[in-house]
Design a binder for this molecule. Structure first.
Ligand SMILES: Nc1nc2c(c(=O)[nH]1)N[C@H]1C(S)=C(S)[C@@H](COP(=O)(O)O)O[C@H]1N2
Ligand SMILES: [Mo]
Length: 208
């Protein structure tokens, strides 16, 4: 693989000790240390006493957890890179929460019941993801970021985290999964963003 090298003069090469290896950053992305907030609407604030997470298929409830019940599920910690379609990437972000594998197991499911799901959030946001992308330790419902409870602006109390897809798939304020047989666009996908959103293939918009 021969990638074009950035035009860095020799005198600056010493500073690249801190630079991330280029193989870690998808095409078209730049690395930031900030954590930008991107929300399509106001930040919803639901008291934990009223919070729950539920999973449905068709009209059937597959599982539902209150906040204390959710805390009792097996917790996972991951360190991952995240990539926003607006071109910022943030490396080595640390999250804790419940892996989707653990959620399915808690609902008594050996595997996802359908090939796709739509994640639904407080405030009306939604996003579609193939269920195969959510299992095998690749996704979680995150409730903690950088060793602290996830703040509301970044999706607290709980958000979906699917770090291998563009970050719009990581629905903030997530409250439930609707399992569906045939893929269906969520909020951004319905406005022209890609149905899958692989940052390594730059699947930003439909047709990419
Ligand atoms: N509910 C909800 N989730 C959302 C969004 C949103 O507007 N509403 N924006 C998405 C987009 S485009 C990005 S890049 C990330 C931003 O997450 P952050 O604000 O924690 O950086 O959240 C995603 N999840
Ligand atoms: Mo985004």
């Amino acid at each position: 693989m021969s990638e074009p090298q950035p035009p860095i003069s020799r005198g600056f090469r010493g500073r690249r000790v801190e630079a991330p290896s280029r193989e870690r950053v998808p095409p078209g992305q730049y690395v930031t240390r900030d954590f930008p907030v991107l929300s399509a609407g106001p930040t919803p604030r639901v008291p934990l006493s009223e919070w729950s997470f539920s999973m449905h298929v068709g009209g059937t409830l597959l599982g539902k957890w209150t906040w204390p019940e959710f805390q009792d599920l097996p917790q996972t910690r991951v360190t991952v890179d995240i990539h926003c379609v607006t071109k910022w990437s943030k490396l080595d972000t640390v999250w804790e929460g419940v892996a989707i594998d653990a959620l399915l197991e808690a609902a008594g499911l050996a595997a996802p019941p359908t090939a796709y799901l739509v994640a639904h959030s407080d405030g009306g946001y939604s996003t579609n993801v193939p269920t195969a992308d959510l299992v095998g330790g690749r996704a979680m419902i995150a409730t903690r970021f950088a060793d602290a409870p996830l703040v509301a602006t970044h999706g607290g109390p709980a958000r979906l985290l699917v770090p291998h897809l563009y970050f719009w798939k990581s629905a903030k304020w997530v409250r439930g999964f609707e399992f569906i047989e045939a893929d269906r666009p969520g909020f951004w996908e319905g406005l022209g963003y890609h149905m899958y959103g692989d940052p390594w293939r730059e699947q930003r918009y439909g047709g990419d």
